[in-house]
Design a protein around this ligand. Structure first.
Ligand code: GLU
Length: 442
């Protein structure tokens, strides 16, 4: 196939949301799959609703997902500028040319496109043949009286000018397409291939919106999702690799497998549990050093990062991360899990305290355990044996002492395996925390 030229054309009137990110991803995958060109174009002709801050946010969101562009506002390219507010002259000239050829007319200072009789058809890669009767298309404005283009004009002028071969975008644009096809005809330009991607719905089958929680991609980053998890999840929202039930993909694998045929016509449902599953799986696939480098900025933010960690403590940290892996769905779960290992103050969760710290005589049991641990070699088996023997000797359930010790170490009811954790915490912290619990219980 001739290398395609595709574009992602966001209007900077809001954040890069999940739907936009998925559109960008599909375009990017398609371009990379066929050694094509991925263009980023900022559609900011609505000056009042657009802002530079939003542009920056959109670029950051794309970068976070790992989507790079070959031509765009910051990198330039043969069809620069890639920002519509800097291309107004082109739209004005295009509108004038339609006026000159009689395909447009002036109406109260604005320029309207004249709809020819007949039918307008196009073949959509996802939906097949789509046909509109021109009778139902109104003579629409292409240039407003203030000299600003409408979306239909600017998008078509730019897609022609930038030699775009495939327009891959959300289903909500299907109804705009006949007007745009008519403009292509008006300019005597060939139409690109269209592929309209089904919308993303919330679990209530309504169009995804803020009501369903976070929709901005960078918000997911803040919540501890990693790009590998998000991209994998987004890729499978409305696309599937064909005769295969493989779900986990690296970006290079997605590039290799992506086809427009794999886009399904039905709406895709956004399911947070599914996103968590992908994120968990992709976290498990990160090499240990990479995982640590992803967690590092979050620990720094909370002043929990030990700059000496790369020295002798590095192996220890790897072991601690290993302990947390089975439960951690997000980077933030690692931060929470690491906290007790990094000398953060231990606050007892009131619910945990109420549930497990009410046992009569617990103060004495904890002190006895502390004393016994002074004499115990710090390996898992010995620590467990000491605890169980002590519980037997004092006529209490081992479980009661295990729960209390877990709260002493982490403040929580839930933690990785207690004895593994005690080994990694080491005797000094373990004894001090048992002492602190005894003090709390006294
Ligand atoms: N700026 C339009 C949008 O944000 C782009 C539509 C298109 O891809 O043609 O929806």
């Amino acid at each position: 196939m001739t290398p395609p030229r595709v574009r992602f054309a966001p209007s900077p009137t809001g954040f890069l949301h999940v739907g936009g990110a998925r559109t960008a991803l599909f375009n990017w995958l398609f371009a990379r799959r066929h050694d094509g060109v991925f263009v980023l174009r900022i559609e900011d002709t609505d000056a009042e609703r657009s802002s530079d801050e939003m542009v920056t946010g959109i670029l950051d969101g794309l970068r976070w997902l790992g989507l790079d562009w070959d031509e765009g506002p910051d990198v330039g390219g043969p069809y620069a500028p890639y920002v519509q507010s800097q291309r107004l002259e082109k739209y004005r000239a295009a509108a004038q040319s339609l006026l000159a050829s009689g395909q447009a007319y002036v109406d109260e200072g604005a320029i309207r496109f004249r709809i020819p009789p007949g039918k307008t058809t196009f073949v959509d890669e996802v939906h097949g043949l789509i046909e509109f009767d021109n009778e139902h298309i109104e003579s629409f404005v292409i240039l407003r009286s203030d000299g600003h283009p409408t979306y239909h004009l600017s998008v078509v002028v730019d897609d022609i000018d930038m030699a775009i071969t495939h327009v891959v975008r959300g289903d909500d644009h299907i109804s705009n397409t006949p007007k745009q096809v008519l403009l292509y005809h008006g300019f005597g330009a060939p139409t690109p291939q269209f592929a309209h991607v089904p919308l993303i719905m919330g679990s209530d089958k309504k169009r995804l919106s803020k009501r369903h929680g976070a929709t901005s991609v960078l918000e997911y980053e803040r919540q501890g999702y990693i790009r590998e998890g998000m991209a994998n999840f987004l890729a499978l929202l409305g696309w599937s690799p064909g005769n295969s039930d493989q779900e986990l993909f690296t970006m290079p694998e997605l590039v290799q497998r992506f086809t427009l045929d794999g886009i399904s016509g039905g709406n895709a449902v956004f399911n947070t549990e599914k996103l968590d599953w992908f994120n968990h799986q992709q976290l498990l696939r990160l090499p240990d050093e990479e995982l640590l480098s992803r967690v590092e900025p979050l620990l720094r933010e909370e002043n929990l990062w030990d700059p000496d960690l790369t020295g002798t403590m590095f192996g220890w940290m790897q072991a601690v991360l290993g302990l947390l892996k089975p439960r951690a769905k997000r980077l933030t779960d690692y931060v929470e899990g690491l906290r007790p290992f990094l000398d953060a103050p231990i606050d007892y969760d009131p619910e945990a305290a109420q549930k497990y710290l009410g046992l009569a005589g617990l103060h004495g049991h904890v002190l006895a355990l502390r004393q016994a641990y002074e004499e115990t070699p710090f390996d898992e088996a010995s620590l467990e044996q000491t605890l169980r023997q002590l519980a037997d000797a004092r006529g209490i359930k081992a479980g009661a002492l295990i729960h209390a010790t877990r709260i002493a170490m982490t403040g929580r009811m839930i933690s990785p395996g207690l004895f593994e954790m005690l080994v990694l915490l080491g005797p000094a912290r373990v004894l001090a925390r048992l002492q602190a619990l005894a003090h709390f219980l006294a």
